[in-house]
Design a protein around this ligand. Sequence first.
Ligand code: GLP
Length: 241
Amino acid sequence: MHIIKVKNDRELSDKASDFLLEEIKRNPKAVLGLATGSTPEGTYRELIKKIKKEKLDVSQLTTINLDEYVGLSEDHPSSYHAYMNHHLFKPLGLTKEQTHIPKGDAPDLEAETKRFERIIQECGGIDFQLLGIGENGHIGFNEPGTSFDSRTQVVDLKPSTIEVNSRFFDNKEEMPRRALTLGIASIMESRRILLLASGERKQPAMKRLIEGPVDEQFPASVLKNHPHFTLIADEAALSGV
Ligand code: GLP
């Protein structure tokens, strides 16, 4: 695990966007694994600025998103589809054909998990996976206790995740109880992985990630087994380490 300590969220966004930019420059046909949540918002903002400044061609990229809430359609304002359209796809002009997010409103969710795994295989796997981390150590929506062998799946969210993520819903009751997520094994097959953590809220998770064992009760710990895993975290997140 390679750790990059930055001052604050602004510096984190700058560094993380550089990683993505380098990946795109190295391979304009890269398959990028993308994450949602508040942490990568600044990264996407900086990435858009840098891509536009350097006039990079993004028409051959493929993107694969980690997860989506069960029951939300693409146009639900709190769906991860809506998040990605707003924060990255629309500003960069990425098309529906090149961007993939699990469909939360698929009539057959099991079939949707299989379809999504197939898409990843057909793209030749994920070159670069961007991740955030839940306060309980979840990656994607793989909650504590998820098998490290898991593939794209339907999961029940933990009450703590429902509580934390309901801030993104106008009406807390609308917060879904289930999600579709890439499994841990699917994430670990990515060629490179970059995890971002910002703010005091992530302090206990950072301490457990850095100092604790690799353990299914703390999903992000599996990343320490990956040969090309980088963590960018700010001073607030790392203050307990
Ligand atoms: C959600 C997402 C995760 C993300 C996590 C952290 O649960 N499914 O992929 O890493 O939130 O979010 P934030 O960056 O808002 O703390």
